[in-house]
Design a protein around this ligand. Sequence first.
Ligand code: GLU
Length: 326
Amino acid sequence: MKYVGRLAPSPTGALHLGNVRTFLIAWLRARSLGGKMVFRMEDLDHPKDKPGAAADAVRDLRWLGFDWDEEYVQSERKDLYRDALSSLVSRGLAYPCVCSRRDVEAAQSAPHEGEQLFYPGTCRGRFASWGEAYTYLNSSTPPLLHSPTPPLPHSSTHRTPCWRFRVADGSRVAFDDVFAGRFEQDVSATLGDFPLARDEFGAGYTLACAVDDIAMGVTEVVRGDDLLAATPAQILVSRALGAERGISYCHVPLVVGPDGKRLAKRHGDTRVAAYRAAGVRPGQIIGRLAASCGWAEEGEEISPAALLPRFDLSAIPRAPFVATAR
Ligand code: GLU
C-alpha cells in the first residue's frame, strides 16, 4: 500500500520554527518512503483563525522547499462532516449536550491532567433531538431548525447545544506510535463522552480530522506529540465511521523555548516570515532544524529534498528541541 502522509496546519497564527520542524519530519518521512503528501488547511476554528494566515502558511512552506500532491481546505468540506455526524447520530453514537464548560468543570470528581476535561455523560439519553436540547437551553425553538444551511446564528442571547460522542464503557484504545512507542488510554475513564461539534451542523477538530484522514486515504499521521493524548478519541471516531484499516501514528517532540514551554511569542520572533524579512535563507532555517534532528551539522545550509538520503527517524532526540529566536 502506498504511503500517504499529510501536512495539516491551522491558520491560527504565522508558521514558526516549531511547525516547520514537525512538517520537515512529516515531509521527509512521506517522501523517503516514495509516498504521497496531502496538504490540508485546518481552518474550522473560527475564533482563533487569523485572516491571511492560511495563504501565508502556503507561501512560507513553498519558500522553504516543501511540496505536496493534493490540497484541501476544511472549511470547504463541511458537508462531509455533517454527513458523518448524521451517520453517528442515527446510530446512537452521538447525542446533544447542553452542559457548559463550567458545568463540566464543576462535575470533575478529581483533577485531570492537561486540557482534557472528563465528561460524566450528564446529557446521555436526555434529549430526543438537537432541537429539543436547544429548546431546553433557550426556552424557544431553534430559529433555523432543519434548515440545511449552517450556521445557526451565534447571538449572545442563544446558546447552542454541542454534540458528544458516546464512548462505550471500557473503551480502552492502544496503539504503537512509530516514534513515541506504545500508548494506551481508557477513553471512557479519562475523557468520557468527548465533544464532536459545537452546534447542530458544526464539526470540531476530532471529527473533521477523522473524516478527512479516512477520505484522503492517509496511512500515517506525523505530528507534534502535544496531540498524542487526543489520538485515542480520534481512533474511536474513525472506527465508528467505518475506517477499514488502522492509520499509523508518529508523534514527534515539540520545539520549546528556553523555559521548556511550547514555543510562543514570548520566546521571541521565530516566524518564518520574520526570518525571511531579515534576509535569512530557507536553507539556513532547514539546516538548523535538520541539525536539531541529527541529520546536519550546525550551520549547514540544506533543502528538504537534499535531506532525503539522510532522513532517519531514530536520530531525532527524544527530548523537545529548545530553540531561541536567533
Ligand atoms: N492542525 C493541527 C495543528 O496545527 C494539527 C492537526 C493534526 O496534525 O492532526 O496543530
